[in-house]
Ligand binder design. Structure first.
Ligand SMILES: Nc1ncnc2c1ncn2[C@@H]1O[C@H](COP(=O)(O)OP(=O)(O)OP(=O)(O)O)[C@@H](O)[C@H]1O
Ligand SMILES: [Mg+2]
Length: 119
């Protein structure tokens, strides 16, 4: 439910991050969607460098970029995740970032599901 343009932007930012902040070689990205009662869930997960929980908790802040740059040719501004969180919140949803134990990140967006069609 919501703005298709903004939800596309949210998804694009997460998938773009999962690609450019991945391992330099043989990186993997997993994208899944699921529906639970009252909630829809998008997860974008990728391999990558290990990220401490302390660093992960700062990544959503505007202009914040991780310390280690695996892809030096990627000069982002550090706004992608702040935009994702703003869009999620504007849709009464949430963004959760979880470091993967073997490195990389899992990003989970939860949004309210559309009410069942009773017509
Ligand atoms: N999927 C991911 N895997 C590993 N690290 C990530 C991932 N997504 C974001 N990060 C880390 O979080 C930082 C902030 O991400 P964000 O998308 O806000 O900015 P950016 O990708 O650096 O630049 P921009 O998105 O503005 O081009 C990144 O610089 C990177 O260090
Ligand atoms: Mg980004």
């Amino acid at each position: 439910m919501g703005s298709p343009a903004l939800l596309l932007q949210l998804t694009t930012n997460l998938v773009h991050n999962a690609i450019v902040h991945n391992l330099p070689d043989r990186g993997t990205v997993w994208v899944t969607t699921s529906a639970q009662p009252g909630t829809v869930v998008l997860t974008v997960e990728n391999t990558g460098a290990e990220i401490s929980p302390q660093v992960v908790s700062t990544l959503v802040e505007p202009f914040r970029r991780g310390t280690e740059r695996l892809h030096t040719d990627h000069a982002g501004t550090g706004l992608g995740l702040a935009i994702v969180q703003s869009i999620a919140r504007a849709h009464h949803g949430t963004l959760t970032l979880t470091p993967r134990p073997s490195g990389g990140l899992r990003c989970t967006v939860r949004l309210p599901a559309a009410p069942p069609d009773t017509s």
